[in-house]
Design a protein around this ligand. Structure first.
Ligand SMILES: Nc1ncnc2c1ncn2[C@@H]1O[C@H](COP(=O)(O)OP(=O)(O)OP(=O)(O)O)[C@@H](O)[C@H]1O
Ligand SMILES: O=C(O)[C@H](O)COP(=O)(O)O
Length: 409
């Protein structure tokens, strides 16, 4: 059980400052709707329905990057999901923001400007230091309580995440609660049958670290994607290196080579590698090759092959728990979706505890007509999910727990 208080513990009629994570893909300057809006809407609606005055903080992108924009568009998308007005003020903690905050009525919702436009938000520092910033000192007196719902940003030591819980009574929102519980299940829950992890995607460095850390909690790892090829390379196959203009493999290989070799050496019996791979054939069609028949890497492999999918499906079906991190292939292209969709469909049809993590991978669920209800949890977290799996502490969760201990004393 998490050791933090939740919004069930809020005093009636509170003025609450709520941190969400609405960080979204930006296209043509506009935020794109995604699961984060839908999930956070539940917390926002509940707080507003209870009659609290609800002020929201969130970030978008980082200074210097293309996706660093105002949250004006986010307010409109969130309003659709919450099904009530979400006012927006283009200010984080100045006069305009404070006036809008103080004018808010019971049950009303206001979104402040991108927190990363306030210079106190970044860079990362210890909570005590962040609690001393002008940003926190200016806003905090206008509130009775702070709620953190931004599990997916909980690995960052930013003012809006770790500063406020030191100076205000602090609570977890619904997203924080459910993400925390599902994502720590691999470490905290006991399962009767096999625990399987589907490992893929492009961020091989991350997932190899997870495999190493979860050594004794996972019975078998089913590999695909870039990590899968790197393990095949370590097993002596001539794949897992860049061809053409690629830069996915060689740098990650150099960085992880020793770890891959030691994980393979120690847990080889638990690691399932692809027996065949798919690539784009001469006429643009999906072509497949058995890994044993590859004499030299001349192709970019874009999916695991059909024999591999047939090997992986029964292993998933007999599992008691399945955790997914990363796609088994480039599922965005229908020709190379078989591995990812095959694995997800097998999970969906199986009555196991399942968590699908990673923003990209979870997009495959709606793209291929699967139902989110057939999974125990579809995480909206990227970096925080990885840290939860590896058992690394999340600073924003730690300060919520400390706040709960203080409240008890
Ligand atoms: N063999 C491959 N070659 C190139 N890309 C691949 C391959 N296999 C999978 N991918 C890509 O991996 C992406 C998903 O991986 P990523 O590591 O980004 O993981 P994620 O966990 O879904 O996302 P995030 O951590 O960004 O939230 C997909 O977009 C897919 O196209
Ligand atoms: O989108 C995310 O994963 C979180 O919001 C964290 O964003 P950041 O990596 O820019 O800190």
């Amino acid at each position: 059980m998490p050791a933090f208080d939740t919004i069930d513990d809020l005093l009636a009629d509170s003025r609450v400052l709520v941190r969400l994570d609405l960080n979204s893909p930006i296209e043509d300057g506009s935020p794109q709707d995604n699961r984060r809006f839908e999930r956070h809407a539940e917390t926002v609606r509940e707080l507003a329905d209870a009659g609290h005055r609800v002020v929201l903080m969130a970030h978008q992108g980082r200074p210097g990057r293309d996706d660093f924009t105002s949250l004006a568009g986010h307010a409109a998308i969130l309003a659709d999901h919450v099904d009530r007005d979400v006012a927006f003020v283009a200010d984080t903690d100045g006069e305009e923001a404070l006036e809008a905050i103080d004018a808010l009525g019971a049950g009303e919702v206001l979104l402040l400007e991108n927190t990363r436009m306030c210079e106190d938000e970044l860079p990362e520092a210890e909570p005590e230091e962040k609690a001393e910033t002008e940003f926190v000192r200016t806003l905090a007196p206008h509130f009775d309580a702070y709620v953190n719902d931004a599990y997916s940003a909980a690995h960052r030591k930013h003012a809006s995440l770790v500063g406020f819980p030191l100076v205000l009574p602090a609570y977890a929102g619904r997203v924080m609660e459910t993400e925390y519980e599902a994502n720590t299940a691999i470490a905290t829950r006991e399962f009767d049958g096999p625990v399987t992890m589907v490992v893929g995607g492009t961020k091989a460095t991350d997932v190899i670290g997870v495999m190493d850390a979860l050594d004794d909690r996972v019975d078998r790892f089913l590999l695909g994607g870039v990590a899968g090829e790197l393990f095949l390379r370590a097993a002596g196959h001539p794949v897992g290196s860049d061809v053409g203009g690629m830069d996915l493999f060689d740098e990650q290989w150099e960085r992880n080579r020793e770890l891959i070799e030691s994980v393979l050496d120690e847990r080889g019996d638990a690691i399932h590698l692809a027996s065949d791979l798919a690539y784009e054939g001469p006429d643009g069609e999906r072509a497949e090759v058995a890994v044993d028949d590859i004499a030299e890497k001349t192709e970019g492999y874009l999916d695991v092959g059909s024999a591999t999918v047939a090997d992986y499906e029964p292993l998933i079906r007999e599992s008691d728990a399945v955790f997914v991190k990363g796609a088994l292939g480039v599922f965005e292209d229908e020709r190379f979706a078989d591995g990812t969709v095959g694995a997800l469909a097998a999970i969906a049809e199986t009555d196991c505890f399942s968590v699908v993590g990673g923003g990209d991978t979870s997009r495959a669920i709606e793209m291929y007509g699967l139902s989110e209800d057939d999974f125990s949890h579809v995480s909206i977290a990227g970096g925080a999910y990885i840290r939860a799996l590896t058992g690394e502490p999340l600073p924003a969760v730690e300060v919520l727990e400390a706040a709960a201990r203080r409240a008890e004393d």
